[in-house]
Design a binder for this molecule. Structure first.
Ligand SMILES: Cc1cc2nc3c(=O)[nH]c(=O)nc-3n(C[C@H](O)[C@H](O)[C@H](O)COP(=O)(O)OP(=O)(O)OC[C@H]3O[C@@H](n4cnc5c(N)ncnc54)[C@H](O)[C@@H]3O)c2cc1C
Length: 395
């Protein structure tokens, strides 16, 4: 049986980031096993928004730890040709009078206390930045100039390329079917490409994490939830790359928006989606009634989009935990196992930081940011990381 010091299951943006960071931090023997192809899981379905705005303070810290990587991506992965497709358009978030107002104010204050550049905009200033939107109902508008969006698939494939350059072996088309244990310790994996022994196993399986739960006999609370993304086209209201990404806490779907391709609008809901019976990333049905319902909410905020057309649409699946925040670190008393799952629709923006933290943890090094708040046992102790905006991916 071949031996690797570290085996990573899954080559999404999290697994490839872990592999890159393990190698960058000096690990000499790393294997990544991927059932399909690099980045083709839920990573390829991402909307790619990057912001540090969160109502859970710990998440702000995690997002901040990733920001340098996105801003200096070529240098970060050590490849002058690498790009993460960053569009640094800024992020605007607004709330009307009502139950979202105080949480927004508190979250913006917390960001500023942490030294993050956040501006409060008047309605006219907001209109200057996003002239296609109406802000008549906005009671509070926050703006994060450093934010934007990038391409999750590009990031995953770039991390994979960097990892391979540093000696990591990545096998695609290899399914892990079980773990090999000696007492409480995980010592290897069974796969369709043969068995491998390892010092530490790192699972970054996203919606397929219940497979791991079955292998080790421990409950890992995560469910697959499907979400829909629409791209709308409107001759009178092009959404350009210069216009900020936008979160409308006042809309029933807590919609988020960004430019898509420099002229179209990408829009999706930030509330609970459709729970699936099994983890799968196949495309779901998008009914015309659903498009009309979201379209009406869009037109409420973007009047010219009353007559917009649907350019394209797709579905993607979130790995949702009970508090919509990830689980990072060890699993109970199981030794030789580290997990990173449950990103609940907001893991891309955290991926460089989380990859580094999980790599540091697996290597037995101190972590840049504490993993303690993200421990699995918070679901039994009740120390949940519940966001102030209710269930949804702002968190
Ligand atoms: C529609 C949508 C919009 C999103 N928008 C944003 C956003 O705007 N901003 C943001 O920050 N985040 C966003 N996210 C979330 C973000 O994209 C994800 O959190 C992130 O991509 C998850 O990466 P991952 O590596 O955990 O998962 P994946 O990319 O799903 O990777 C897991 C991999 O593990 C492999 N695997 C699983 N089990 C096995 C096994 N037994 N053997 C071998 N391989 C296995 C799978 O094949 C898969 O490739 C969005 C997600 C979706 C779906």
């Amino acid at each position: 049986m071949s031996h690797y010091d570290f085996v990573v299951i899954g080559a999404g943006v999290i697994g490839t980031s872990v592999a890159h960071h393990l190698a960058a931090l000096g690990a000499k023997s790393v294997l990544v096993l991927e059932r399909g192809t690099i980045g083709a899981g839920t990573t390829s379905q991402s909307s790619g928004l990057l912001r540090t705005h969160y109502s859970v303070r710990q998440n702000v810290e995690l997002a901040r730890s990733s920001w340098w990587a996105f801003n200096n991506f070529a240098e970060y992965v050590g490849d002058e040709e690498a790009s993460c497709g960053l569009v640094k358009c800024g992020y605007m978030i607004c709330a009307p009078e009502g139950d979202k107002l105080d949480p927004l104010r508190a979250s913006l204050d917390a960001q500023r206390d942490m030294g993050i550049e956040v501006q409060l905009l008047g309605r006219d200033e907001a209109r200057e930045r996003l002239p296609i939107a109406s802000f008549d109902a906005a009671a509070l508008i926050g703006y994060e100039p450093e934010a934007g969006f990038a391409d999750a698939y590009l990031v995953a494939t770039s991390f994979a390329k960097s990892a391979r350059r540093r000696g990591v072996k990545i096998i695609e088309g290899a399914t892990v079917t079980g773990v090999i244990r000696e007492g409480r310790r995980v010592v290897g994996v069974e796969t369709t490409a043969g068995n491998f022994s390892c010092g530490t196993l790192i699972s970054t399986q996203n919606i397929w994490t219940p497979e791991l739960a079955g292998w080790i006999g421990v409950s890992l609370p995560v469910k697959p939830e499907r979400h829909t993304v629409l791209a709308l086209e409107c001759d009178q209201g092009a959404y350009t790359f210069k216009m900020p990404a936008f979160k409308d806490l006042g809309s029933p779907g807590m919609l988020y928006f960004r430019s898509y391709g420099g002229s179209q609008m990408l829009v999706s809901e930030g509330v609970v989606g459709e729970t699936l019976n099994a983890p799968e990333t196949e495309q779901g049905d998008i009914s015309l009634d659903y498009v009309a319902e979201v379209g009406a909410q869009v037109a409420e905020r973007f009047p010219a989009y009353e007559t917009a057309g649907l350019a394209s649409s797709w579905t993607g699946v979130y790995d949702v935990t009970p508090d919509w925040n990830p689980v990072l670190g060890n699993v109970g008393d199981v030794e030789g196992l580290v997990v990173g799952f449950g990103f609940s629709g907001h893991g891309f923006k955290l991926s460089p930081g989380i990859g580094k933290l999980l790599a540091q943890h697996a290597l037995g090094q101190p972590t840049d940011v504490s993993l303690a708040p993200y421990a699995l046992d918070r679901f039994s102790t009740g120390a949940l990381l519940v966001g102030k905006y209710g269930s949804g991916a702002v968190s």
